[in-house]
Write a protein that binds this ligand. Structure first.
Ligand SMILES: Cc1ncc(COP(=O)(O)O)c(C=O)c1O
Length: 482
């Protein structure tokens, strides 16, 4: 285990020297308010500081260091041209409170990106403000709520959510004040349409649907689903977290969705926001546009401007206009690939997922072994029933081989799920090596299950007690001698 930088501290070491202060001491503040001691910072030389952080950085795993098949979370490669664009001084150094005539270029980027997102999704207008997918969901559901309030349909208090949905969907509906009713999946892993029909009534505000769903399957009855919900007076929300699997091929706006968010980190190659400093723009059909968050970037005869006076808007979802740096990266990605390139990326994501599904068939169980989109579910199958090896053991053993595991135990409707999403940029060679490792682990499960249950054995931190970590977290570390 590495030591903390505080534990490496040696009294008297330093990596900087400050010039004498030019501010007279104790001038403005009364003595009672002044610190009597300096802050407890580590005392360490420059070279040891550099070594400490470089060593830590080498332990971090990311998509730039290796394969990251994290299904549903989509850890896709972030092309470096995006970083170049975001660091251009004219973009990186501007301030959101600058007068609009000094930031016309930034507004133009936002306006163009908004148009691109409309084109990709078939929506009429977008807000770039939400900071994550879940945040986009909340903005979208609040707009649906505002729509029903304006039309005097406040009795619509129920949101339908399929049982395969990501946890953020029911959480969002709940936060927006809706009662969540779950719709079960059918034997094909899609929304069970008869159950949906039975659940639809005048209390239902709508449905939140992910397509392709979290099993990586296209909801091929989406037209019928849209018909059922619309004819019952409800609206359709599109969780676009999985749009990478169909970008350039099919559009939620054409499927009947009224509101849609996109996770720019999943479809437009921006850094993953970790639920916060990312971007989850939300788009709507024209009849909901008046409820979009403010401000909206508009193009007038004198250039771009920010429209703030929108009486029916749900209000502001984030400071200023969203995470501008992320928007620039998404714009760079879209321009670098172009329309055909975006489609090709989606096609390659689907091809890679199907390649892996095919190669792992017979080694692991594939519960829905049909053509998938960008991801698919595998389970240990007989490795569990015959050797007692669980998904968590396989995931931990992958760490020993230098791979980030897939998403595990999600979606909840498949016991022991491993949700595998290779993404479009992985080469066949890389996928083949991953398959080899998965085959070796399956062999190990049969020959030495006990070893797998103790995995990982080669990582700096071994198997952690995950339940204990969640239930009895140790939130403070007390280093020896401090
Ligand atoms: C299907 C689905 N919906 C919503 C989200 C939430 O997105 P975010 O993590 O950007 O909040 C995710 C995240 O992984 C997801 O997979």
């Amino acid at each position: 285990m590495s030591k903390l930088i505080f534990e490496k501290s040696v009294a008297g070491s330093t990596s900087f020297r400050l010039p004498p202060s030019e501010v007279p001491e104790g001038l403005a503040l009364p003595a009672s308010m002044l610190c009597t001691e300096g802050p407890a910072l580590p005392e360490i030389s420059e070279v040891e500081t550099v070594r400490h952080f470089v060593e830590l950085s080498k332990k971090a795993y990311g998509v730039d260091t290796g394969f990251y098949p994290l299904g549903s979370c989509t850890m896709k490669y972030n092309p470096k041209i995006n970083e170049w664009a975001a660091r251009l001084p004219g973009l990186a150094s501007i301030h959101p409170l600058q007068p609009v005539d000094t930031v016309q270029g930034a507004l133009e980027i936002m306006h163009h990106l908004e148009r691109i997102l409309c084109e990709v999704t078939g929506m009429d207008q977008f807000s770039l403000q939400p900071a994550a997918g879940a945040h986009g969901e909340l903005a979208g559901i609040l707009m649906m709520k505002a729509y029903f309030a304006k039309h005097g349909e406040t009795q619509r208090t129920v949101m339908l959510v399929p049982d395969s949905a990501h946890g953020t969907n029911p959480a969002t509906a709940n936060m927006a004040g809706y009662k969540v009713v779950q719709i079960k999946s059918d034997a094909r892993g899609r929304v069970d349409v008869p159950s949906l029909r039975a659940a639809m009534n005048e209390q239902v505000a709508g449905i939140m649907l992910t397509n392709p769903n979290t099993l990586g399957l296209f909801e091929d009855e989406v037209a019928e689903i849209a018909h059922i919900v619309h004819s019952g007076g409800g609206l359709l929300y599109y969780d676009g977290a999985n749009a990478n699997g169909m970008v350039g091929v099919a559009r939620p706006g054409d499927m009947g969705f009224d509101v849609a968010h996109l996770n720019l980190h999943k479809t437009f190659g921006t850094p993953h926001g970790g639920g916060g400093p990312g971007s989850g723009p939300v788009g709507v059909k024209a009849r909901l546009a008046e409820f979009l968050p403010v401000p909206i970037v508009r193009q007038g005869s004198d250039g771009y401007y920010l429209e703030c006076n929108r009486p029916h808007s749900i209000g502001q979802m984030l400071a200023f206009y969203g995470n501008f740096g992320v928007l620039v990266r998404a714009y760079a990605y879209a321009l670098a690939l172009g329309g055909p390139g975006l489609r090709e990326a989606g096609e390659n994501a689907v091809l890679n997922a199907n390649y892996l599904r095919h190669k792992l068939r017979g080694v692991y169980d594939i519960p829905f072994d049909t053509l998938c989109k960008h991801e698919f579910v595998a389970t240990p199958g007989k490795l569990k029933s015959e050797c007692g090896v669980s998904t968590i053991d396989i995931a931990k053993r992958l760490l020993d081989y230098g791979y980030h595991p897939p998403t595990v135990y999600f979606p909840l409707i498949v016991p022991e799920a491993m949700l595998i999403e290779p993404t479009e940029t992985e080469t066949k060679e890389r996928l083949d090596v991953f398959v080899e490792v998965m085959v070796i682990i399956a062999k190990e499960a049969r020959e030495n299950a006990e070893m797998l249950k103790k995995a990982p054995s080669l990582t700096p931190v071994r198997r952690v007690d995950e339940v204990g970590a969640a239930r009895k977290p140790i939130l403070r570390y007390k280093a020896e001698g401090l």
